[in-house]
Design a protein around this ligand. Structure first.
Ligand code: BT5
Length: 250
């Protein structure tokens, strides 16, 4: 790809008109020993994946559906840190290119005014200690129009086009995103999670706010732990670590 100056990413850039899921394809390539930094992009996905068996709406020629193969030499427990790295890179790219007030939502969303503009799905293949690979799956709604969203989404959604009224140059967005991801990944390999965590906490929509988790636990968000747990201060003052659940503002 012209104009990219990456140290880790985009060793190979594969762009296809259609895939079932870019994550599925990247996983296949990883199992066939593809190199770190391989990037898979599809114009449309016939079976885009969310978490927990959910679907990711992936209409043709409007959005970004992208998966990046990484082979970091880090302990398995640190692999979730890469989800936060990609959330930060997506939110900051949206801010820098389009002046959109993008925020990150724990664990894997990027939101604008509480509406989802991007989703992240990281998958990993590891034995007990050793990571073989991590796939960073990134879906960003760029030129998707209101009519292209199904009515039954369980969370409000938006796109750059809806937020700004402007069509996005998709290759320009991809270039800027890959460049920033490459910078942050390099920083992560050298210095660890500290600065990514700080950036994520700055971008977090619910930092210092009262939230509920699955409508059963209540507290104030005070930060992110290095294993990806959300730190919640309960009313009695003690800190609870949230590993999973639906976090909503109170
Ligand atoms: C996610 O799941 O947010 C992860 C989405 C990751 C998608 C990328 S695209 C490239 C790569 N290849 C793949 O196959 N996947 C990754 P989750 O938190 O489970 O959110 C899914 C929920 O978001 C759905 O159940 C819908 O309610 C909603 N949703 C579906 N499509 C959406 C869209 N395009 N924009 C906003 N919300 C959407």
């Amino acid at each position: 790809e012209k104009g990219l100056n990456c140290s880790h990413l985009s060793t190979t850039l594969i762009c296809l008109p259609e895939l079932d899921s870019t994550n599925a394809r990247a996983r296949q390539l990883a199992e066939e020993d593809a190199a770190e930094g391989t990037v898979v992009i599809a114009d449309r996905q016939s079976a885009g994946r969310g978490r927990l068996g959910r679907c990711w709406e992936s209409p043709s020629a409007v959005n970004l559906y992208c998966s990046i193969l990484l082979r970091p030499q880090i302990p398995v427990q640190q692999a979730p840190q890469l989800t936060f790295l990609s959330a930060v890179a997506v939110a900051e790219t949206l801010q820098q290119l389009y002046r959109i007030d993008a925020k990150v939502k724990w664990p894997n969303d990027v939101l604008v005014d509480g509406k989802k503009i991007a989703g992240l799905l990281n998958e990993m293949n590891a034995e007990t200690e050793q990571i073989h690979f991590v796939i960073l799956g990134i879906g960003v709604n760029l030129n998707m129009s209101t009519e292209q969203f199904p009515e039954e989404l369980n969370y409000p959604a938006t796109s750059v086009l809806i937020e700004t009224g402007q069509q996005v140059d998709r290759p320009a967005f991809v270039r800027a995103l890959l460049q920033l991801l490459d910078d942050y990944y390099g920083e992560f390999l050298q210095q660890g999670f500290v600065s990514i965590r700080r950036r994520w906490e700055t971008l977090c929509d619910m930092m210092s706010q009262r939230v509920s988790v699955d409508n059963s636990m209540f507290g104030t968000v005070v930060g992110l732990d290095s294993d990806g747990a959300l730190r919640l201060q309960l009313d009695d003052g003690h800190i609870e670590r949230v590993m999973a659940g639906d976090v909503r503002p109170q």
